[in-house]
Design a protein around this ligand. Structure first.
Ligand SMILES: Nc1ncnc2c1ncn2[C@@H]1O[C@H](COP(=O)(O)OP(=O)(O)OP(=O)(O)O)[C@@H](O)[C@H]1O
Length: 246
């Protein structure tokens, strides 16, 4: 059984070189971004997530919605373990498949093959599982001889191919997705979209962040709406979307 529980989770980022007051004055009227505050040392900071409480159970398909800078990506990063929460607690039951920030944890000086192994281990595969999946991953990338070269020499789209192939080679239990996966060419994006759809079908839990109702609607049954780092609505997908659009 897969589940996610966040209790009183907050994340803030310090902003160096700016006084709280001048930043506050400039940002007062802003409709985007997190809440501006100050930390214990009176340094300016952006409160990207404030006091987040969420319970997600097995089988749930959750949309994360909200304005630019509302905190959606930060929340996905907390769920995937990239950012530890500064306060509160997080418990995730199940293997996490993050399909965003997919270049995270790659070594630019390593070859394609090195990075397939590195990222697979980061995703929780054993060495034997990595070798068993290697042939499929290599075929999916279509990178051929480039896999022997350091990935710093790859184009953005080639890097997307590599990291996407690895990230979708595991059986997803808790699937975390941000809209748009990067710079693939048309042929790759079609292949990638097909794979994402079967991936979503297999996942125990889906959390999908997007601004687009047409991306979310086919998959999501529940929606959580963030505003300046706080949850302001949570419920059945259509109801939350109607209130958001209204
Ligand atoms: N690494 C960081 N350093 C400083 N501030 C950050 C950092 N990451 C995010 N923030 C701030 O946290 C707030 C939330 O950002 P986040 O990327 O989570 O928003 P979002 O809802 O995903 O936005 P968008 O829809 O525009 O992608 C914003 O005000 C942003 O400026």
């Amino acid at each position: 059984m897969n589940s996610i529980r966040l209790q009183n989770v907050s994340v803030s980022f310090p902003i160096y070189g700016t006084s709280t007051r001048s930043l506050r004055n400039r940002i007062m009227a802003s409709a985007t971004g997190g809440r501006i505050g100050s930390d214990r040392n009176d340094r300016a900071c952006v409160q990207a997530l404030s006091d987040i409480n969420i319970d997600i159970g097995m089988g749930e398909r959750v949309a994360l919605i909200g304005h630019n800078g509302a905190g959606k990506t930060t929340l996905l990063r907390v769920l995937s373990g990239i950012y530890p929460p500064q306060t509160g607690s997080i418990r995730v039951e199940g293997k996490i498949a993050p399909l965003f920030d997919i270049g995270f944890g790659m070594d630019p000086d390593g070859t394609g093959y090195d990075n397939i192994r590195l990222r697979s281990l980061y995703l929780g595969l054993s060495r034997e599982e990595v070798e068993r999946r290697m042939e499929d991953i290599v075929a999916f990338t279509e990178l051929g001889p480039f896999l022997d070269m350091p990935i710093r020499t790859y184009s953005a789209g080639m890097q997307t191919r590599l990291s996407f192939a690895v990230s979708t080679s595991i059986k997803p239990e808790v699937l975390l997705l941000d809209e748009g996966i990067g710079a693939g060419d048309a042929a790759f994006m079609e292949k990638a979209n097909q794979r994402i759809q079967s991936f979503i079908g297999q996942a125990g839990i889906l959390v999908l962040a997007s601004h687009s109702k047409s991306i979310l609607a086919p998959y999501c049954t529940r929606a959580i709406r963030l505003e300046h780092g706080r949850i302001v609505d949570d419920g059945p997908f259509e109801e939350v979307m109607t209130r958001y659009e209204g």
